[in-house]
Design a protein. Structure first.
Length: 52
């Protein structure tokens, strides 16, 4: 099941950054200052890449 709008809205900042993800990408990165960023992970030819 995917992330719901309610789960994203209720994501509160913690002391360290953390990810909210479902079984697929992209995932939501929640920063300690409360900022929320969407990130995408990909694997190309057995090399793991992560957008920054």
């Amino acid at each position: 099941m995917g992330l719901t709008a309610l789960a994203i809205r209720n994501a509160k900042p913690r002391a360290k950054l953390y990810k909210l993800a479902d079984e697929r990408s992209p995932f939501l990165l929640v920063m300690p200052n409360g900022a929320k960023y969407w990130r995408l992970s990909a694997t190309i030819m057995q090399v793991s890449l992560q957008s920054r």
